[in-house]
Design a protein around this ligand. Structure first.
Ligand code: ADP
Ligand code: MG
Length: 723
């Protein structure tokens, strides 16, 4: 008898094993049984032929209407034409030089036919389809009676391996299968009313009725959610067991000075998160916290306060920003708010003072050397930087806290690179650029504690967003430019965003994803700026900003814009996240259909950050029916970042939803969909937490511990699980 670990050679023939392995990558009985059917066709319920589309790869259930062989005109050979029907429409199947098939193509017989729908002389057809005729009584000796049931499973098949061949192998595997060890704790299984593992697998492949199959599928989906959550909560427990230096907040230091200099009151939400973080920092195990919040909710202040608390307690903090523009901005914000307290080391400095330093990729050698020395000696309490901070030469005296700003795809590898620079495991605060739905957060960052900032600071004005379809309403474009003129005349500033740098550069290559087909006439920063300067925005002070400019130019431009010396900044998405100039009130995004939903939401978050209302205009050449127009309408309709990120994620493939962080576990997720299966993930998380509440859980659930170990091995080999 076979177990899930039995090699396939023991249950199916050698040649089939080879095909199975190369076509769908399965080696064991368990692998095969986890190749799940996509859906079922009901015996006797014929597929609606009229609905088939040209070029579709289809498997259909149909009845043979006629079969005729004729010789080809002017050429050697024969052609067998079989017409199949669903009772209404017909479809032609053609076979060349296979007249012998005519014998089995008896009129009235049903079969599954698979192939690509083509059109020949106006008629739809499958040429050389794969097929499997269904046993119909006259086939008493049909060797494998896979079609005994009412429901015929349809598998994700390949050209080499049609769905019914897979079904035949399943039949053999299931026939040989012994009792299967069920790793799901019995109590959990019963609570949810789920069938056993073996029953679930068998039912899914050979259902007696569809409700049973649905329940089996739910159980197997739950299994995936449960194992994944178990992996994450176990990992979180392990992190909690690590020892690190407690960083207890001290009064009368930098943090207090910073608070006194703050030009505003913290919101209740900010205060709550700050105290969560302070108590995390004071613990003797490392903090692992994700801070997510609406654009403009004030995450930076929270992060800076955490950094200062650590400096006050004698340690250092590293602040990692996704772009140089943002790193520079953080440095300036800190310098401004700390004033003399950031002048440590200088003559006459305050006794509590520290130093700030910046490490970026484009620093000159001398600047780099100085920054490295400040970080290594511990003189710099806060080291701000881009990914250059991860470099090998960067060392710290006593790194107590790592803050990752505005990056929701910060990989475990990068975290590890930074962590390796600390004596004891540092505290970690990750801030996301985009709010993400709860279950995605739970899955992608399931080993982190999560804080959420939902409210915006008091007095913050709403952002109004409108779509400008230039092809339909060209006059609206002029109106957009005159709105900029109006804002500037009232002392405000504007952004104009374009999808590429110049006519000869491609669209921003680091854009999350691109939509639609390329249009020949996408706006570019370098073309737009002079056009605006000599045209609709004549007389205004216009500057450009993009990633390929020299660092000092970028920095000088941002500073000038911050200082109000520039009216209009024409830019690429380098300003997407984090850039904070409260006096900017209007943003015009050219070819807005080229950007993702969350990206647009981030971009428009650059305006309306002060006390004046913000306006965002989404310019598009897409026509009213284009899917991208629906996306733009969605962005215009709501300012709820959580809702938008959901819309955004729904358009991605599952792998992209989970991101690189989860590459190891991803391959184990066959059925689970993090957006669709929120309810199951919630339950699974609760069950996982309850399970490990028993310190001896592994002893009491041997099969479960074994399954988890397997997943951990895979995950570790894919970098998810490096301490
Ligand atoms: P994000 O969460 O998008 O990173 P920021 O941290 O950049 O947002 O904050 C956005 C703006 O709001 C900044 O100008 C910041 O100084 C300001 N801000 C933050 N907290 C408050 C507050 N409690 N009251 C008023 N303004 C605040
Ligand atoms: Mg920010």
């Amino acid at each position: 008898m076979a177990t899930l670990d039995t090699k396939l050679v023991d249950v199916v023939g050698d040649r089939t094993v080879k095909v199975l392995e190369s076509a769908i990558g399965v080696k064991t009985v368990g692998d095969l049984l986890r190749h799940y059917p996509r859906r079922y066709v009901v015996r006797g319920e014929l597929t609606d032929i009229s609905a088939l589309q040209e070029d579709d790869e289809v498997t259909i259930l149909a009845e043979i209407f006629s079969a005729n062989t004729r010789t080809l005109q002017g050429r050697k050979g024969t052609i067998l034409e079989v017409i199949v029907t669903d009772g209404k429409s017909k479809l032609s199947l053609t076979f060349f030089n296979q007249a012998w098939r005519e014998r089995e193509m008896r009129v009235g017989r049903q079969g599954l036919f698979a192939g690509k729908v083509g059109v020949f002389k106006g008629k739809r057809q499958l040429s050389h389809p794969d097929y499997e005729l269904i046993a119909d009584g006259s086939d008493v000796d049909s060797a494998i009676d896979q079609f005994a049931g009412k429901y015929l499973p349809l598998y994700p098949a390949t050209a080499k391996l049609p769905s019914w061949k897979i079904a035949q192998c399943m039949e053999l595997a299931i026939g040989a299968l012994d009792e299967v060890e069920d790793f799901l704790p019995e109590q959990i299984r019963q609570e949810h009313g789920y069938p056993s593992l073996k029953e679930s697998l068998v039912t899914l492949h050979q259902p007696q009725d569809l409700e049973q199959a649905e329940l089996a599928r739910e159980r197997l989906t739950f299994d995936e959610a449960f194992l994944l959550q178990l992996l994450l909560v176990v990992r979180r427990e392990e992190l909690r067991a690590l020892k690190t230096t407690a960083r207890v907040v001290r009064s009368g230091g930098l943090l207090d000075a910073f608070d006194q200099g703050l030009p505003f009151e913290l919101t209740p939400g900010q205060r709550e998160v700050c105290s969560e973080i302070e108590s995390d920092l004071a613990a003797s195990h490392p903090m692992h916290r994700l801070l997510q919040g609406e654009v403009g909710s004030g995450k930076t202040v929270v992060a800076i306060r955490a950094a200062l608390a650590v400096v006050d307690s004698g340690g250092q903090a590293a602040l990692l920003a996704p772009t140089e523009v943002l790193a520079q901005q953080h440095l300036r914000t800190l310098e401004k708010l700390l004033g003399p307290l950031a002048q440590g080391g200088k003559l006459g400095a305050n006794e509590h003072s520290t130093q700030l330093t910046l490490i970026t990729g484009s620093q000159n050698a001398a600047g780099r050397k100085e920054s490295l020395a400040l970080a290594a000696s511990g003189d710099a309490g806060i080291v701000i930087g881009t990914h250059a901070l991860l470099g090998e030469k960067v060392a710290f005296q006593d790194l107590g806290l790592i803050i990752v700003d505005e990056q929701h795809r910060f990989g475990v590898e990068q975290r590890d690179a930074l962590k390796s620079k600390a004596e004891t495991p540092p505290h970690l605060l990750v801030m996301t650029a985009t709010p993400i739905p709860r279950t995605v957060a739970m899955t992608v960052f399931g080993d982190l504690d999560i804080s959420t900032l939902r409210e915006l600071p008091l007095g913050r004005q709403a952002i109004t967003t409108h779509v400008i379809p230039v092809l339909e309403k060209p006059a609206f474009m002029d109106r957009a430019w005159s709105r900029i003129l109006e804002e500037v005349s009232q002392g405000h500033q504007a952004y104009v965003v374009a999808p590429r740098i110049s006519a000869s550069t491609p669209e921003n290559s680091d854009m999350d994803f691109l939509f639609g087909t390329t249009s020949a006439e996408l706006s570019s920063v370098e073309e737009l700026a002079p056009t605006l300067h000599s045209g609709p925005l004549k007389g205004l002070r216009i500057a450009i900003l993009h990633g390929q400019l020299a660092t000092d130019v970028k920095d000088a431009t941002m500073q000038a814009f911050s200082a109000g010396e520039i009216d209009v900044l024409v830019s690429t998405t380098v300003i997407e996240v984090g850039v904070d100039v409260p006096n900017a009130t209007i943003m015009v995004i050219m070819d807005a259909d080229r950007f993702g939903v969350s990206q647009l939401h981030q971009l428009r978050g650059r305006v309306g950050r002060g006390t004046s209302p913000g306006l965002c205009l989404l310019v598009t050449q897409a026509n009213a029916e284009a899917p991208s127009r629906a996306r733009l309408d969605a962005v215009a309709a709501t300012v709820d970042g959580f809702e938008l990120s959901r819309i955004d994620l729904e358009q991605r493939r599952e792998g992209d939803v989970l991101g690189a962080n989860q590459s190891g576990t991803r391959s184990h997720l066959r059925l689970l969909r993090v957006l669709r299966d929120e309810g199951l993930i919630d339950l699974a998380r609760k069950d996982a937490i309850a399970t490990i509440a028993d310190p001896e859980w592994a002893k009491h659930n041997l099969a479960l511990a074994k399954s988890l170990a397997l997943l951990q091995d895979d995950a570790a080999s894919q970098y998810i699980d490096k301490g």
